[in-house]
Write a protein that binds this ligand. Structure first.
Ligand code: MOS
Length: 686
């Protein structure tokens, strides 16, 4: 049964009662503003702090010379102010702490930093001499997988496609920029941090400041989006804690949006060569997907864009590889469906090209290449309803009778076309813990360190508890977003609901059993804790993925080249949908972000300065209401016994996967112009 429940915190959010990290003003709080490097590579040789310290409002200027020494960081991007080296433009070289936000900002702007710059290398080009084969790609996937003799099979095939696709760097830009408020009480540290995972931030801060984890409290009660950029601790929380220790007062540090592009991660650019060989019937005989991407000199991050090609289509022979080059650029990281999102733009565009080459309908081509088992591993699928998504989507969209010829449909100046693409996202589940307490007044309290980043997690977990307890959700209260609650995994990888929900379900089921057996509820309540560490490995003998299909209709103005999406329809098979209202919002949100990627989002690497040129929402364009007139999301009632007792697969990311390809394929259908480099703009149409 699918619930349809409004967000529990919706009222608090729209009335302004909800408190975010930067809303916290502990007594005596002061303000921090970091100073970004203005060179892309080199060293800080001098910092002239005196003129800034002359302002009586300024309390401290921290640089690598006087900042507290930090312990070993797992994440090198968190070793802030620990040395003179500058690894990329925008990396922090100082922190100004002052009595007002304005004084901190002004001090940061006035601080004179002298550098010894070195030539930088920021252009991602094929054949770069620094290119190497990493061992693993993001997500722990082997970088290379080779099955059979690709070259021979490819050369022997009747129909061959060889195309290179490019995606540029993209930035997450959550509505709420990163912010932290930090406060020390002796050797205990409390931070309010805008984060997708409080326990991860706690672990990082404990290691950096040499504290037992129990001495660090991370609060993230409300989070205004993240899309992966807040999946790990960021320099802002480290600097807030550092600043607070240095001045002996609480420090609030809210990053200006202009800083995010350099210090909060981004989607790495890719160059993707796809080769598909098929028989005249469209059956794939050989598949190669080869990725070139880049990371920073600080840290290896390999966008796993060839991984979905290991899951999608039957092919007796395949080659999927990742190559990377480390450059003087900001460190890339997770952005909504890392790997699957850019990878499926290329693969699903290539499938569209192959359909034309085989003279087959693109839905039919995909159906003909449905695998029996996961192509790369041979494991059986726990469930796979891609064919159903394609058929149901085609029916709802009105695909039948489509004239396949590009440019055939014209409405005055407008060229109109339709396109389809498939989507996939893995089922990821992490260990979590939860506590369920029966209160003497007949209500129940759920305690779990989940993070609700706008997904509706709080609401869904209350529904999971209510269902397991067999009580109305109105009798359930929930506490999330504090690291002193039972351990919760990160709100990332579309894993939150299944991971926290499994623990909540387990604790609630046990509590219900105890109550059914007549357990009394004492005045302090009756508590049950569950931990899924021993449970989450179950089902791993299956290939577990969600699937979907997106259909797009676009119009292209033949005179101006303007491209607009008219409608977008997605059908998903993502296991059990627990709450229709918030699930639809996730699917639609993902698809809107996919339209944004297809038509608007573009970060350009400035070769001279060596950083991303777009640093605000006036220059980094994201889709707004007028860009997405009609977006619909549907799902198939899918039962999957091999994922978790909840049966849910994860829905946060799959909506973006495939959308950009569906749009680009529709643009080709409208105009005959194949765009292999995003975004699709009027430039390529004229
Ligand atoms: Mo998502 S990129 O796993 O936060």
């Amino acid at each position: 049964m699918t619930a349809d429940h409004v967000r529990l915190e919706g009222r608090a959010k729209v009335t302004g009662a909800a408190r975010y990290a930067a809303d916290r003003r502990p007594a005596g709080a002061v303000y921090g503003c970091p100073v970004p490097a203005t060179i892309a590579r080199g060293e800080v040789v001098a910092v002239d702090s005196d003129p800034v310290l002359a302002d009586p409002q300024v309390l401290a200027v921290l640089t690598h010379r006087n900042a507290p020494r930090l312990g070993e960081a797992d994440d090198p991007t968190l070793a802030v102010l620990q040395g003179a080296r500058v690894a990329h433009r925008g990396q922090y070289v100082a922190l100004v702490v002052a009595g007002t936000p304005e004084a901190a900002e002004q001090g940061a702007a006035r601080l004179r930093v002298e550098y010894a710059p070195e030539p930088h290398d920021v252009a991602l080009v094929e054949g770069h001499p620094g290119t190497y084969a990493p061992e693993l790609a993001n997500g722990g996937h082997p970088a290379d997988r080779l099955r059979g003799d690709f070259d021979t099979a490819y050369a022997a095939a009747a129909i061959r496609l060889d195309a290179t696709y490019r995606t540029g760097p993209l930035h997450n830009h959550p509505m709420e920029p990163h912010a932290s408020t930090a406060q020390w009480d002796g050797d205990r540290l409390t931070v309010h941090d805008s984060s997708q995972g409080g326990h991860g931030v706690r672990r990082a801060l404990a290691a950096l400041f040499g504290l037992p984890e129990e001495h660090v409290l991370v609060v993230n009660e409300h989070v205004g989006g993240g899309f992966g950029a807040k999946g790990t601790a960021r320099p802002n929380v480290v600097l807030a804690a550092m600043g607070a220790r240095a001045v002996g007062r609480p420090v609030r540090l809210a990053l200006p949006r202009a800083h995010l592009a350099a210090v909060a991660g981004h989607r790495a650019p890719t160059v993707q060569r796809v080769r598909l060989a098929a028989g005249p019937d469209g059956r794939i005989e050989a598949l190669a997907h080869e990725i070139l991407t880049r990371s920073s000199t600080l840290k290896e991050f390999v966008e796993q864009a060839a991984v979905p090609a290991r899951v999608m289509y039957r092919s007796p022979v395949s080659r999927t590889t990742h190559r990377v080059v480390r450059q003087d650029v900001p460190t890339p990281s997770w952005m909504r469906a890392p790997g699957e999102c850019p990878g499926m733009f290329a693969l699903e565009s290539a499938m569209d090209e192959l359909a034309l080459a085989c003279d087959l309908d693109p839905v039919e081509l995909r159906l003909r290449n449905e695998p029996e088992t996961e192509p790369d591993s041979g494991r059986p699928f726990s469930s796979r309803h891609l064919a159903e998504c394609l058929r149901e989507g085609a029916r709802r969209f009105g695909w039948a009778g489509r004239d396949p010829r590009p440019g055939a449909r014209r409405e005055g100046r407008l060229l109109v076309g339709t396109g389809v693409a498939a989507s996939t996202y893995p089922v990821l589940i992490a260990p979590s813990a939860a506590e369920l307490r029966a209160e003497p007044d007949g209500t129940f309290l759920v305690r779990v360190n989940a993070a609700d980043i706008g997904t509706g997690a709080r609401t869904v977990l209350a529904l999971v508890a209510a269902e397991a307890l067999a009580v109305p959700v109105e009798r359930v209260r929930i506490e999330i977003g504090r690291s002193d609650l039972p351990y919760g995994s990160v709100a990332g990888g579309s894993s939150g609901t299944s991971s926290w929900g499994w623990a909540v379900h387990e604790a609630a089921s046990r509590l219900r059993e105890r109550l059914a057996r007549g357990a009394a509820v004492p005045p302090e309540g009756l508590s049950v804790r569950a931990d899924t560490r021993e449970l989450v490995g179950r089902g791993a003998e299956f290939a577990r993925h969600a699937f979907g299909a997106q259909f797009a209709e676009v119009q292209v103005d033949a005179d101006s080249g303007e491209v607009r999406v008219r409608r977008l329809l997605g059908v998903f098979a993502a296991g059990r949908i627990l709450n229709a209202r918030t699930a639809r919002s996730q699917f639609v949100g993902g698809m809107v972000m996919g339209v944004s990627m297809a038509l608007l989002e573009e970060s350009t690497m400035d070769p001279l300065f060596g950083d991303h040129a777009e640093r605000d929402l006036a220059s980094y364009h994201v889709a707004v209401n007028a860009d997405v007139p009609d977006v619909r999301a549907h799902w198939i009632e899918e039962r999957d016994a091999h994922v978790s007792p909840l049966g849910s697969k994860g829905i946060g990311e799959i909506g973006i996967v495939g959308t950009a390809a569906a749009v680009a394929n529709a643009v080709h259908h409208a105009t005959g112009i194949r765009v292999r480099e995003l975004p699709v703009t009027s430039r390529q149409m004229l």
